[in-house]
Design a protein around this ligand. Sequence first.
Ligand SMILES: CC(=O)[C@@H](O)[C@H](O)COP(=O)(O)O
Ligand SMILES: NCC(=O)COP(=O)(O)O
Length: 238
Amino acid sequence: MTRLSVNINKIATLRNSRGGNNPDLVQVAKDCESFGAQGITVHPRPDERHIRYNDVFDLKKIVTTEFNIEGNCQEQKFVDLVLASKPEQVTLVPDALGQITSNHGWDTIKNQDYLKEIIAVFKNAGIRVSIFVDPVVEMVEAAVTTGTDRIELYTEAYAHGYHTNREEAIAPYIKAAEAAHKSGLGINAGHDLDLDNLKYFADNIPALDEVSIGHALISDALYYGLENTIQMYLRQLS
Ligand SMILES: CC(=O)[C@@H](O)[C@H](O)COP(=O)(O)O
Ligand SMILES: NCC(=O)COP(=O)(O)O
């Protein structure tokens, strides 16, 4: 079974645009879960342009499914936040400062020693670790020796290529996922997954543990409503 974790960054973007508490991020997280989401994902960024560091503690108190915090572990503030809030899962993403959104995975060969060290910090605290990687077999193979529990396949390239040639777009992901599965790594995926491309991705990656979806899902909710939208995404995974 592939779990659906709803990324609620964009709810915080909307809230922050007026400075008040509408929409209420905590209530939205509770509602996502009651509508069927099997996890809640947030990606606090150093400028707190959407998720604020305080939001993480508020969410930790109420999330009853799986809480996944994504972010850049090269920021000490992020490491401290994760260790203090103890989510079920942390996803390490090599973001640069000021990046609009995540746009690449870890070079697990070049950063092998660093990753080993930081992953151990989270694992010693009892937090499952996933690392964001491009669909490249060498990067997946080197992820195994970092000690990570899972990888998250960065799916932007797949989403981009899906409408032109979906067989070609999925091919590197199948190979990367096979390498991960063979080595005992769990497999997550995310970035630009949507109602069009999700089913084909999940059908072709049978060992897929979890997808985290935010931008498209929250956008779809404007038309279909949040409850219907979550059900529609869940149907793509069943
Ligand atoms: C790690 C990842 O794939 C990102 O998609 C991210 O979580 C989204 O971040 P933004 O909402 O800031 O674009
Ligand atoms: N890890 C990916 C994520 O949480 C959401 O990405 P997106 O659906 O907002 O592109």
